[in-house]
Every structure is written in C-alpha cells, then in structure tokens.
Design a protein around this ligand. Structure first.
Ligand SMILES: [Ca+2]
Ligand SMILES: [Ca+2]
Length: 507
C-alpha cells in the first residue's frame, strides 16, 4: 500500500512538473533574439582527432592548428555551462591550401578534410541539438579561393567577374563586382552560377540540419541575389536564421539588406562604440544608447542584431585595453556586462571568456586554451545564465535613465520585470543616485553579487567602486509586518483551540 501510494504521489508530481514546463514554454515561444551565440574558428578551437592533422603546425600562425568537428562536439558541455545557446562556426567547406580559416573555398560541396567528414559534421549538429544548442554555419558566396579550378575551365568562364580589384569603396558597383583582396569574384548575375550557389546553400541545410547561416561579405554581392537566397533557405526551414556581415559604420547602409530578407546583422557600429567606450576609463556611455536609438529607427527588428566586442577580423578587446595602458580584467568585465545586458544577441568570440589577448589577424586567432582564465569564464557564465533567466535582458525596452559624465544607468523592462544596469566608467569609486517612480515599495537586488540596495521613496543612492558595472533586479519588499502579524494570529488561534478542547474534555 505504502509503496503504491508513494508511486502515485510521485507520478502526480511528475505530471504537474511536465504541465508547468509546457505552460512556461507556451507563455514565451523561443525566438532567435533569445539566443546567446558563441563564435568558433574551427581550426583554432579544439583538436578532437589527430588523424586529420595533415600538415598541422601550431607554431605557424598561418597554418592549420588541428581543430575539427570532433573537437567541437567534445566541448559542447563546456559551451552549455558557459550559457551558450547557439554556435556560429567558420566555413565548413573544403578550402585550398592554408585556408585554415575557411574563407578560401576549393569545393562548395565537400567538408574540409582537416575538420572532418560530413558524417562528423552531422553528428556535431545532432549532439548540439540534443543539448538545445543551435548551429549556424558561415557561408561565402562572394568569392572562391585564389586558385579555384573554375578559372581554367572554359565552360565556366562566365562564372567570375572580370579580374579587377576593388578600388573605389564608395562605388557600390565596384564593391559588388570587383575582386576583394585578389579573390576571384563570383558572377551571381549568371543564372547558372546563381543556381549553383542557391542549390549549395539548400544542400547543407537539408544534409546536416543546421539552423542558420552567417553570411560572409554580404555587401559584395548584389541585393537581388540575397532576396532569392533568403526565400530559398526559408522554404527549406521556416525559422532558418540569417545573420549577415555588412562591414560598414552606417546603420542606414546595413539595414538596406533587411529588405533583401536578411533579418540580422553583426552590429559593427555598436562594436566600434563599445570598444571606444570600454577600453579606456572616463568615457561617457551616452553614445551606446544613441546607437540603440538609431537601430530602433532603421531595422525591422533591432533585437535580432548580433552584438560583439571581439571577432576574428579585428584586434582583440584586451589588446585595445593594453594599448591604452588600462586594466584588462576590469575593462573586459564592464564590456561583457554591456554585451549581455544591452538589446541584441550577444556573440562571444572564442577566447574572450579567457581574457585572451591578440593583435591583428592571425594573432587574434590563437589556438584556444580552455584553462587560461577561470575567473572571467565564471563571470561570463554567470552573465549567460542571467540573460536566460530574465526575459527583460533579451526582450525588454532599453532606456538610459542616468547619463552623468562616466556614470550611466540603463533600465530594461518586460512584462512586469525591471532591471537596472549601472556603470561607473571612472577609475575612482563614486556615489551614484538615481530616481524612478517604480522604486516605491521595492528594493534593488544586485544579481552578480547578491547585495541589496534599499530604495528610499523614489530614490536610491549608494557607492560604486571604480570601473564597475552592476546589474539590479527590482523586487518587492517582503511585507514583514504583515507576515509576523499572520504568524501571531495563527499561533493565537491554535492556543485558543487547544484550550477550548481542554476545557471541553474536562467538563
Ligand atoms: Ca585534428
Ligand atoms: Ca562580388
């Protein structure tokens, strides 16, 4: 009997928890704007298979270093613990010699032999999906590698634009049809070439079940190609994600590609501002908010943009800080806090979570060392989990409620949840005070350090250390007098009942 009862009770509890989970999922359908992306350069991440290390030389920064699909598969749990919900990998296709980065295609339909087989790629995608991690693959359709065989094939002579370097970067025609850094420029106006590339994009989605493409060199390919491209891939998978690299400083120029069906972009204008504001103390934070105001105006959905402080084409954030002779740990923590709490999808480039330094390419592509900096890794994981836990950080509106010198306070609200992100971008500790009508009857809970700040009426004031960022959640005061009153009344009732029964039994 007892066992049976326990079994029934357990089953009922399990049923309740499943119901709750289903309800929670129904309440908020996951969208791409809820993801946290981790950017992997396959060759430089983790060597999981020595058998494909053909001409590997870790001492030569321009040679293959041995990373592969198996290596990524082995590190999926590391990524999960870091709070990552999607990975973006550099191109997977076969490259010509020394194309360790993946951007020099030799064969669009084969995987790079250093990275592994198509089966191993499929397995990686499947194992990622098992952990609820989505997979985005980098795709290049603008050019091939330098010595691609089609150049000597008379049947393919119209597959490239005439050999001519890009010389005038203000001339869109030249940017689209010229050769970028000497790379043979594919003629996407040729229907045959176009069909080949569109079929290829479809092929990899169907074969490997990936969830998105990071599109390389978007501005070097005509917009009408992207219109057709977006339609094709979304026909294969309706929720297929496209994040384009339009390397430009003007959101007006970048957002033009929204109309071509690309819903997301790596946000270069924000990247520039984040680096400028956080690499050196004393900078005002107001320009960060201005970028957001512009984004709201220009993009279809600015929450879909991908934010980053590091990538494989620019010198590392840590190097930027060192060049200014500032403290990399303090500076990086502030930049990461902004990256994870501002609107948009955070994209963490491998190594940033270990405070990796690096100059120009290829120095910014050093082999990943997983035990380099546990402290920043833990800090990043904490930010990752806060972002998942608090929808206001992913979907909330974003206002700057304090902008005073190097002090800044941002407010984010979503469906009754409110967070404040407080920055002291100066070296010295300062007092910071800010007001909000929402404070009444509330306290501010410091989510990174578990401290509390009590609001006094509409105002809160406290000291904040130099070069520090804090994340506060607005929380109701637990109504203690009422609680004590209720407990007191309960106890009194019990005493009365006991004495009542006592007297009754006596009589
Ligand atoms: Ca290998
Ligand atoms: Ca082109």
């Amino acid at each position: 009997m007892g066992k049976r009862f326990i079994f029934l009770a357990m089953s009922f509890l399990l049923f309740l928890s499943v119901q709750n989970k289903a309800l929670a999922e129904k309440k908020e359908e996951r969208s791409w704007k809820d993801e946290t992306i981790y950017f992997i350069m396959i060759d430089r991440f983790h060597n999981g298979d020595k058998k494909n290390d053909f001409d590997v030389d870790p001492t030569d920064p321009s040679a293959y270093h041995g990373g592969d699909f198996k290596g990524i598969t082995k590190k999926l749990d590391y990524l999960k613990d870091l709070g990552v919900t999607a990975i973006w990998m550099t191109p997977v296709v076969k490259n010509e010699e020394r194309g360790y980065h993946g951007y020099w295609t030799e064969d669009f339909y084969e995987t790079e032999e250093h990275f592994g087989t198509e089966e191993e790629l499929k397995k990686l995608v499947q194992k990622a999906h098992d952990r609820d991690i989505k997979v985005i693959v980098d795709l290049v359709v603008n050019h091939t590698g330098y010595i691609h065989a089609w150049q000597n094939n008379t049947e393919k002579k119209d597959w490239f634009h005439p050999k001519q370097e890009i010389t005038n970067w203000d001339d869109q025609q030249n940017v689209e049809n010229g050769w970028l850094a000497g790379l043979p420029d594919l003629n996407t106006e040729n229907p045959e070439t176009r069909k080949y590339l569109l079929d290829m994009a479809e092929y990899w989605i169907k074969e490997t079940n990936i969830d998105g493409y990071r599109l390389d060199t978007v501005k070097h390919v005509p917009k009408d190609f992207w219109v057709e491209f977006s339609e094709r891939v979304k026909n294969v998978k309706s929720d297929f994600y496209l994040i384009g690299e339009v390397w430009h400083n003007d959101p007006r120029y970048i957002s033009e590609y929204n109309k071509a069906g690309i819903q997301s972009f790596v946000d270069y204008p924000l990247f520039n501002e984040m680096v400028r504001v956080f690499r050196q103390s004393g900078q005002s934070l107001s320009e960060l908010h201005s970028v957001w105001e512009r984004n709201k105006y220009y993009y279809d959905d600015p929450y879909m943009l991908g934010n980053f402080i590091d990538n494989h084409d620019n010198i590392r954030f840590v190097r930027e800080v060192l060049l200014k002779q500032e403290d990399p740990e303090k500076r990086l923590k502030m930049a990461l806090t902004y990256l994870y709490t501002a609107p948009g999808i955070p994209i963490l480039y491998q190594g940033t979570e270990h405070m990796v330094d690096g100059g120009k390419d290829p120095d910014n592509r050093r082999m990943m060392a997983f035990n380099q900096n546990k402290k920043i890794e833990t800090f990043t994981a904490k930010l990752g989990s806060l972002r998942q836990k608090h929808p206001a950080l992913r979907r909330g509106d974003f206002t700057m409620i304090k902008d005073e010198g190097a002090k800044g306070v941002f407010k984010r609200t979503y469906k009754g949840e409110t967070l404040y992100i407080v920055f002291n971008n100066d070296k010295k500790a300062v007092n910071i005070a800010f007001q909000d009508k929402a404070f009444k009857g509330h306290k501010l809970v410091d989510l990174m350090n578990q401290n509390e700040e009590r609001a006094d009426g509409n105002k809160v004031e406290f000291q904040i250390k130099g070069e520090t960022a804090l994340i506060f959640l607005l929380q109701k005061h637990s109504n203690k007098p009422f609680l004590y009153g209720a407990i007191g009344a309960g106890i009194l009732l019990v005493i009365l009942l006991i004495s009542f029964f006592f007297r009754k039994s006596k009589s």
